[in-house]
Design a protein around this ligand. Structure first.
Ligand SMILES: Cc1cc2nc3c(=O)[nH]c(=O)nc-3n(C[C@H](O)[C@H](O)[C@H](O)COP(=O)(O)OP(=O)(O)OC[C@H]3O[C@@H](n4cnc5c(N)ncnc54)[C@H](O)[C@@H]3O)c2cc1C
Ligand code: HEM
Length: 393
């Protein structure tokens, strides 16, 4: 517990930190990467370049300061950070490095306003948050290790199958090199793939699992991004029999196990965790609307799979909307999702579980539509294929 004087200083300095948040994180990352280059491989440099990760860290620190005397408000945010950290393999000993650089950055940006008292208070507050995260992360590592077929850290897998799902998305099927079985995971979770050397750089990326649990493989489905480091490496260089290193499944964008109608609303490559959810829930009898937005049928992944499942299970209704259909495309609608298109798929009581994933603009539109139609906020679930961003700003 922090003492009252520390809590008061933290609350009094949150507004200044809010104003200078971007400056502080812009100072923080270069300090961290120059003083502790060993943490570089953990960070996706694209997210640094786009500024999305610095913004996510700044928002987290400010939210923590603002809620310093009511930490219960932060449990969802803490859980998301823990899932991301454990997916990437963040270790307790790295917290001192991050804390020291964060305090140096606060001092550099706030100047004289960052008195010894202020820095001392933030050091204590950071230490408290670090301890909360370290303990929660250790519980996840232990649970992953103790699960049947589970593991801690990195594990070697072999690519046993590749399959094109569209002109831009390919599925990769991995089996453990040690033949020691696989853990159960929740539909909607993601794993982390690590490469020690792509053009001289060590990188790691998250990929959603795109099939249900209980198979003898883990499957990811990857979109080839223009100039993307890892997606192009997977598409161009990884062949059957090649070894890769994977970290255990993580994430809290998971299928709620109830009987409510399920609406899976995805755009582009955001379809991947929805396929895992669909495959998991298909035989449950639960009403499932599988709504997918794509540019056209060439880039529309898993169409045949979803159509086949829907033919065999009358509880599944697929709906495809294409923004730029070609002459041979046969979507159910054209253009972009709007309120009337979505409303037609919802029960009158709106008592559904809605899962949304796609480009940021798509998710913003989906949230606005779902909210305007009266879907309860606690039943709308989002995942981000990068650091979390605001969907209302
Ligand atoms: C939880 C989660 C689940 C995910 N699941 C999937 C999935 O199932 N399938 C999938 O395909 N992806 C998924 N992703 C995304 C994935 O992790 C990678 O981000 C994606 O594959 C791109 O990685 P890359 O190394 O190929 O591209 P990167 O090298 O990271 O580049 C991505 C794009 O950004 C551009 N770029 C690079 N630097 C900048 C900059 N400074 N400013 C602007 N643009 C820049 C690049 O040219 C490229 O087009 C998921 C991400 C998360 C967080
Ligand atoms: C109290 C301390 C910390 C806080 C509040 C914090 C907060 C965050 C937040 C909010 C995210 C973004 C989550 C998301 O939306 O995806 C994140 C991601 C991340 N954090 Fe932390 N973090 C802390 C400590 C650390 C430490 C010690 C490390 C170790 C080097 C670390 C490494 C990372 C990495 C690598 C990511 C993913 C970045 C990316 O996508 O490139 N964090 N953290």
């Amino acid at each position: 517990m922090l003492d009252t004087a520390t809590v008061q200083i933290i609350k009094a300095t949150v507004p200044a930190l809010q104003i200078y948040a971007n400056d502080i994180t812009s100072h923080f990352y270069p300090l961290l990467f120059s003083q502790h280059p060993e943490v570089l491989p953990y960070f996706n440099q694209t997210n640094q370049g786009k500024g999305t990760q610095p913004k996510a860290l700044a928002n987290a620190v400010i939210a923590y300061g603002a809620n310093i005397d009511e930490l219960g408000n932060l449990s969802d945010a803490v859980s998301k950070i823990v899932q991301k950290h454990t997916a990437l393999g963040i270790l307790p000993e790295q917290y001192d490095a991050v804390g020291s650089c964060l305090l140096q950055a606060i001092k550099a940006v706030l100047g004289d306003a960052a008195t010894d008292e202020v820095i001392d208070a933030w050091a204590k507050a950071y230490g408290q948050l670090a301890n909360i995260l370290i303990a929660a992360e250790e519980s996840v590592y232990t649970a992953n290790e103790q699960k049947e077929g589970g593991w801690r850290g990195e594990r070697e897998f072999i690519l046993v199958k590749r399959e094109d799902e569209s002109s831009v998305i390919t599925s990769f099927y991995f089996q453990p090199f040690d033949n020691q079985g696989l853990p159960d995971f929740e539909a909607g979770q993601f794993l982390t793939i690590l490469f020690d050397d792509i053009d001289g750089v060590a990188v790691r990326r998250n990929y959603s699992l795109s099939d249900a649990a209980g198979k003898d493989y883990l499957r990811i489905s990857v979109k080839r991004e223009p100039n993307g480091v890892v997606s192009n490496h997977l598409h161009n260089n990884i062949q059957l029999g090649d070894k890769v290193k994977l970290r255990a499944p993580s994430g809290d964008f998971t299928l709620r196990k109830n009987a409510k109608p399920l609406v899976l609303l995805t755009g582009g490559v955001g379809i991947t965790p929805a396929i895992s959810m669909l495959n998991t829930a298909a035989g449950s009898g639960r009403d499932i609307r599988f709504i997918h937005a794509a540019i056209n049928s060439d880039v529309h992944a898993f169409k045949q799979h979803v159509d086949t499942l829907a033919k065999a299970n009358s509880n599944i209704k697929p709906l495809y909307i294409y923004s730029q259909p070609q002459a041979h495309c046969q979507p159910h609608a054209t253009g972009f999702i709007d309120a009337s298109f979505i409303e037609a798929q919802l029960p009158a009581d709106r008592d559904i579980e809605l899962y949304v994933l796609g480009p940021i603009g798509f998710m913003k539109a989906a949230l606005a539509i779902a909210t305007s139609l009266g879907v309860p906020a606690s039943q709308i679930h989002f995942e981000f294929f990068g650091p979390a961003e605001s969907l209302t700003a």
